[in-house]
Design a protein around this ligand. Structure first.
Ligand code: ZN
Length: 310
C-alpha cells in the first residue's frame, strides 16, 4: 500500500472498511482508545467500538473527535480531498473540489475548512536556531489601481467604496521564515512595532540572525537579535547574505493562491487560509504520501458547521 498518486490512493481505499482500518491505525497506533473517557481496549462492535469502562459504556467510531466527525461522505472522498488540498501548491477552491469529487459546493467548502483545521500547526515552531530568519509583512486585499472603479475607496467618504458599499481595509499578515526551514504567519490588525516585536519574540530565540527591510516596525530589534536590514527604498535587494527574498517568494505564492484560487477571503477565515499555505510550504520536502500520513495523524480536531458559519 504505497500509493504514489491519486488513482492509486482511490484504488487502495476502494472499500470503506479498508480506509477505516487504515485511519484507526494512524490515529490509535494499534491501541484503540475511547474518545469520551480515554479508556483503552474497547470492545469491537458491528459498526465500530464500545467503551469497556462500565461507567462510560459509550459507542463510538474512529471518526469521533476528529475532522471526520458527523460527516456522511466516505473516507475515500475525504482522503482524495486531503490529497488534492495538500499537493496543489496554491490550494484548491471549493468549486473545483466539488467538480473533481462529485460533491456539492457547500460540502466541499466544509471539507476544505476542516482540512485547514487539521493543517493548523499544533505546536508553533521556533525558528532561527540553525539558520537565518527573515521577517516581513504583507498586505492582502489587492491593489486599488487594479480594482474596478466602483470597488475603489470613495474620495468623499473614506468608509465607503464608490458604489456606496463599505470599504474594507487591506489585511496585514506578518511572516517569519527560516532559510531552508519553516514559515510562521499571523494576521494582525495593525503593522505596529508592538505587534511585530511580540510575534518575532514568540517564534525566534534571542541572539538569532534576523533579516528585515528598513520598515520602522522592525527598528530596535538589534537589542535582542543579530539584526541586519536591507534598504528596499534604495532599490537594494541583496547585500551579501542579507536579503528578504525567501519570504518575498513565499508572499508571491500566497497571493497567487489567495487571489487566483480563492478570490476573496473574509477576515474571519483568513487565519485558516494562512494555516493551509504554511502547512503546505512546511511539508514541501515530503512526498505526497508522507504528507498525507503526517496530516492524518493531526486530524484530531473537530470543527462543527455551526462554529464555522457562526
Ligand atoms: Zn469511554
Amino acid at each position: 500500500m504505497n500509493f504514489k498518486s491519486l488513482p492509486q490512493l482511490l484504488d487502495y481505499f476502494k472499500e470503506e472498511q479498508t480506509a477505516i482500518e487504515y485511519y484507526e491505525k494512524i490515529r490509535w497506533g494499534g491501541n484503540p482508545t475511547c474518545p469520551h473517557c480515554g479508556k483503552e481496549k474497547p470492545y469491537k462492535t458491528n459498526r465500530g467500538w464500545r467503551c469497556s469502562d462500565s461507567s462510560c459504556d459509550k459507542k463510538f467510531t474512529v471518526k469521533v473527535g476528529t475532522i471526520f466527525q458527523s460527516s456522511k461522505i466516505p473516507f475515500r472522498t475525504w482522503f482524495a480531498a486531503i490529497w488534492l488540498a495538500t499537493n496543489h501548491k496554491k490550494g484548491i477552491s471549493s468549486v473545483q473540489l466539488s467538480i473533481d469529487l462529485g460533491i456539492t459546493q457547500k460540502t466541499a467548502w466544509f471539507v476544505l475548512h476542516r482540512i485547514r483545521e487539521m493543517l493548523k500547526e499544533k505546536a508553533p515552531a521556533m525558528l532561527g536556531e540553525n539558520n537565518m530568519v527573515e521577517a516581513d509583512e504583507t498586505y492582502i486585499g489587492g491593489r486599488e489601481t487594479n480594482k474596478h472603479f466602483r470597488h475603489r475607496r470613495s474620495r468623499e467618504n473614506k468608509l465607503l467604496r464608490n458604489d456606496g458599499k463599505p470599504y474594507k481595509e487591506k489585511k496585514i499578515v506578518l511572516g517569519l521564515i527560516e532559510r531552508s526551514g519553516k514559515v510562521v504567519l499571523r494576521h494582525v490588525p495593525n503593522a505596529t512595532k508592538e505587534n511585530m516585536v511580540s510575534f518575532i519574540e514568540q517564534h525566534v530565540p534571542e541572539g538569532a540572525r534576523l533579516n528585515t527591510d528598513e520598515f520602522k516596525g522592525y527598528s530596535g530589534l538589534g537589542k535582542w537579535y543579530n539584526h541586519e536590514t536591507i534598504n528596499h527604498s534604495l532599490s537594494v535587494y541583496v547585500d551579501g547574505e542579507v536579503h528578504t527574498n525567501t519570504i518575498e517568494n513565499f508572499w508571491s505564492v500566497l497571493k497567487r493562491g489567495l487571489y487566483g484560487i480563492y478570490h476573496q477571503v473574509s477576515d474571519k477565515h483568513l487565519e485558516r487560509y494562512l494555516d493551509e499555505f504554511a502547512a503546505r510550504f512546511n511539508e514541501r520536502a515530503s512526498t505526497p504520501r508522507e504528507k498525507f500520513n503526517k496530516f492524518l495523524r493531526e486530524s484530531e480536531s473537530y470543527l462543527s458547521y455551526d462554529e464555522l458559519t457562526a
